[in-house]
Write a protein that binds this ligand. Structure first.
Ligand SMILES: Cc1cc2nc3c(=O)[nH]c(=O)nc-3n(C[C@H](O)[C@H](O)[C@H](O)COP(=O)(O)OP(=O)(O)OC[C@H]3O[C@@H](n4cnc5c(N)ncnc54)[C@H](O)[C@@H]3O)c2cc1C
Ligand code: SF4
Length: 350
């Protein structure tokens, strides 16, 4: 390990994982350089204006607000928005990075790096079955989240939908697109269906699913959705979403009664999955990090996410695997602890 420079830790990505990592490090008294490629902090929940968070309908602001405020105001956190890392070299304890901003580039030295570059939503237009991007009123759960946060859910013609279908596992658990399970879309869809029922008095909601994966404490959402809100479940696979010129005809197979179904809806909401984004690809190439067969960052041992296998570089959040906000925050803290240990070791050596 080479000589210490300024003991600053670079955190790449300011979603729930990166924000928590930055906050924990600063609370330890460690300087943080928080680099975010977008113009705002908060990651996917801010970008897609998540109205509330599963499993408890917690307002997103309540979870992310304190972390964003802390990072924006702490003297120990240097926030760099609209920035990316373009060059990287050196070694643990003395990494050299070049940061590109709209104003130009600057070179900095950092002791350790936390990569928290998160995910992108699956682009449903890739799979023609769902007519996403072609038929009106076929939207993703990310787009419904924006409508819910505005308190107004309407179709393209401004009409309030009377019958809504959620289609699960869109772009997930499917070998022709992404074979993995996105782990949160069942819970998020059910949370949204309940919010839809609360918002629109007479709406009928149908959930078309392969399996319901509401693990741990998220299971309550499932039972409440049926028992308290009368949400209907169809176990099946969707073969086609067809626009009749007025409504959306959803054709598929009911896998419980083993027969075809065709139902007309006003709106179809696709539970689009989680996949590695361009930002994760970019950083993995630049830092020489391993990725798995799916493009997520691959920890040295799959069960120990923070360990990138490269000394001084730690991983956190959905850049490693699909996960919930609570898991992303916990991973941010875990990575911060590893970076703090490295900084502490360097201080002893000085
Ligand atoms: C529709 C939907 C709804 C969801 N709702 C819930 C919910 O209700 N409850 C829940 O627990 N979970 C929910 N989730 C999951 C939740 O969004 C994730 O767990 C969480 O956002 C992951 O946090 P993260 O910090 O790892 O990544 P992200 O939130 O993706 O943040 C990563 C950040 O890194 C930045 N970045 C990327 N690449 C670079 C780069 N190269 N350089 C600089 N910056 C970069 C990005 O711009 C982004 O700001 C939902 C997911 C989906 C798909
Ligand atoms: S979380 Fe649910 S909707 Fe998402 S891929 Fe897994 S089973 Fe499908």
């Amino acid at each position: 390990m080479s000589k210490q420079t300024d003991n600053q830790v670079l955190v790449v990505g300011a979603g729930p994982a990166g924000l928590r990592a930055a906050m924990d490090l600063a609370e330890f008294g460690i300087h943080v350089l928080l680099v975010e490629k977008r113009g705002e902090l908060g990651g996917a929940p801010t970008r897609w204006k998540y109205h509330s968070l599963a499993p408890d309908f917690t307002p997103t602001e309540q979870v992310l607000g304190p972390m964003i405020e802390f990072c924006e105001s702490s003297e120990l956190v240097e926030v760099k928005k609209n920035c990316t890392i373009t060059e990287f070299g050196g070694e643990a304890g003395n990494f050299r990075v070049t940061i590109k901003s709209p104003e130009g580039t600057e070179r900095r030295n950092v002791s350790a790096v936390i990569v928290a570059t998160g995910f992108e939503h699956f682009d449903a237009s890739v799979d023609p079955r769902y007519s996403y991007g072609k038929a009106p009123n076929v939207i993703g759960i990310n787009e419904l989240e924006v409508m819910l946060s505005q308190g107004k859910v309407t179709g393209h013609d401004g009409k309030v939908p009377k019958r809504v279908a959620f289609v699960f596992c869109v772009g997930s658990r499917d070998r022709s697109t992404n074979p993995w399970c996105c782990t949160v879309c069942c819970g998020v869809s059910i949370k949204q269906a309940i919010e839809l029922k609360q918002l629109l008095k007479d709406v009928q909601v149908y959930m078309i699913y392969m399996d319901i994966r509401t693990v741990g404490l998220w299971e309550k959402l499932y039972w409440d959705s049926m028992e308290k809100y009368g949400i209907n479940y169809i176990r099946g696979r969707v073969g086609e979403v067809y626009y009749t010129g007025e409504k959306l005809l959803v054709k598929g197979e009911d896998t419980l009664v083993r027969g075809p179904f065709e139902v007309l809806f006003d709106m179809v909401v696709l539970a689009v999955g989680i996949e590695p984004g361009e930002g994760t690809k970019q950083i993995s190439k630049l830092l020489g990090l391993r990725v798995n067969e799916y493009g997520f960052l691959a920890p040295r041992i799959p069960n120990v996410h923070f360990d990138s296998g490269k000394e001084g570089i730690y991983l956190a959040g959905a850049c490693v695997a699909p996960m919930s906000v609570e898991e992303s925050i916990a991973e941010g803290s875990a990575a911060a602890m590893q970076a703090a240990k490295m900084v502490a070791k360097l201080k002893v050596r000085v």
